[in-house]
Design a protein around this ligand. Structure first.
Ligand code: N2P
Length: 375
């Protein structure tokens, strides 16, 4: 049944919709509690699932992996489906027993997923037993081209982390607004890549080098956050951001829409994967071990693997998905966008984060808190 036909068909054939394995009949009539990153589904994704299955969804959002992890480890949060980043978060959460093994018989749409991506996850999840890949992206720079050129000159190269980490550049962009992700993994990775070092290195001198890199530009950074920066870039409150790839595409769309509504010229907002390289991350779907509604959770995960459904999400959020059958359905403009689906020469410069030893991770978190506070 195609997604577009599902709601009407359900009205006509109520029994069929309630009686299959994805219907509310198997879920005890309970609502499904979903906890996802902000702005990470299309406008009609949740209502489409509710109409197709009759399952009511309580949908809640976060903007940091740490927020999700704190709730999972505290227990009793009552979520049925969550979306952690694979490394190091899902990796250590799987190891800690926080997720239930998936019942693959109830996930027939697994057949659509890219076998290479599935294989790439087996080091953190042997046999792909606990998590299913959702979206992946990179962390790079979002640039308001007119404002950055006005501050740095028309010839300024836009393809380097120098824009951010060179204090001579950052000092001139401070006035039009610099925003950085409040995400220690991404922030450490970007600085180490800019310095030509291994973003996955964890030795003490790496932490010190990163500390110094940020100390030199700290006075010029206006905000640290993982969600609000998008609107800031769209409405002109920021001219340079370190951000997640799709978020910059969304900021561009918001700015274009605002320009259409007001009749003002649209700003030229671009996502740049710097020539030095960038971190590539992957977010996955999982069912917490204490989920109250695993039946509906499986139905939801399976729904998000419907090629039409996930292609529409990619079109809306500008992140690449892991669903091979969806590729042909993605809007050609998004499929051709090299910031969303980077070409091979750019992919060669992307680095997947690894899970660092716990003590190194703790040192990074501590250093990041100090960097942000400017101490
Ligand atoms: C979506 C944020 C992307 C998640 N707003 C980064 N892992």
């Amino acid at each position: 049944m195609s997604l577009r036909l599902a709601p009407l068909a359900c009205i006509l054939l109520l029994a069929a919709c309630g009686g299959d394995s994805t219907g509310s009949a198997g879920t005890g009539g309970q609502a499904l509690n979903v906890y996802n990153w902000s702005d990470y589904v299309a406008e009609d994704t949740i209502s489409g699932f509710e109409q197709a299955t009759g399952i009511k969804v309580n949908y809640d959002v976060y903007s940091e992996n740490e927020t999700l992890e704190a709730k999972l480890t505290a227990g009793g949060a009552g979520y049925d489906v969550v979306f952690p980043s694979a490394r190091p978060f899902a990796q250590r959460q799987i190891a800690a027993g926080l997720y239930m093994p998936l019942d693959k018989d109830r996930l027939p749409n697994l057949q659509h997923l890219d076998p290479e991506i599935m294989e790439g996850l087996t080091d953190i999840d042997p046999g792909n037993r606990h998590v299913v890949p959702y979206m992946w992206g990179t962390t790079g720079l979002g640039v308001n081209v007119e404002k950055v050129r006005a501050a740095l000159g028309a010839d300024v190269p836009l393809d380097s982390w120098d824009l951010l980490f060179d204090p001579a550049s950052a000092s001139k962009l401070a006035g039009c607004g610099i925003s950085i992700l409040d995400d220690d993994q991404e922030a450490f990775g970007a600085a180490l890549i800019w310095m030509g070092r291994d973003p996955n290195a964890g030795a003490a001198d790496e932490i010190e080098a990163v500390r110094q890199a940020y100390a030199a530009i700290r006075p010029y950074i206006r905000t640290f956050n993982n969600a609000e920066y998008k609107d800031a870039l769209a409405n002109g409150d920021a001219c340079l951001v370190m951000g997640y790839s799709g978020d910059i595409g969304q900021a561009r769309d918001v700015a274009l829409e605002a320009a259409e509504n007001t009749g003002n010229p649209a700003p030229d907002i671009r996502y740049v994967i710097p020539k030095e390289g960038a971190i590539r991350w992957m977010d996955v779907m999982a069912i917490p071990a204490d989920a109250r509604n695993p039946d509906a959770a499986h139905a939801f995960i399976n729904h998000l693997m419907e090629p039409e459904v996930i292609a529409a999400i990619t079109d809306y959020v500008a992140y690449a998905n892991a669903n091979l059958a969806a590729t042909a359905l993605v809007d050609p403009d998004i499929a051709a966008d090299q910031g969303v689906y980077p070409p091979a020469d750019v992919r060669a410069k992307l680095v997947d984060p690894v899970s660092l030893p716990e003590d190194v991770q703790r040192q990074r978190v501590r250093a990041w808190t100090q960097i942000k506070s400017g101490r």
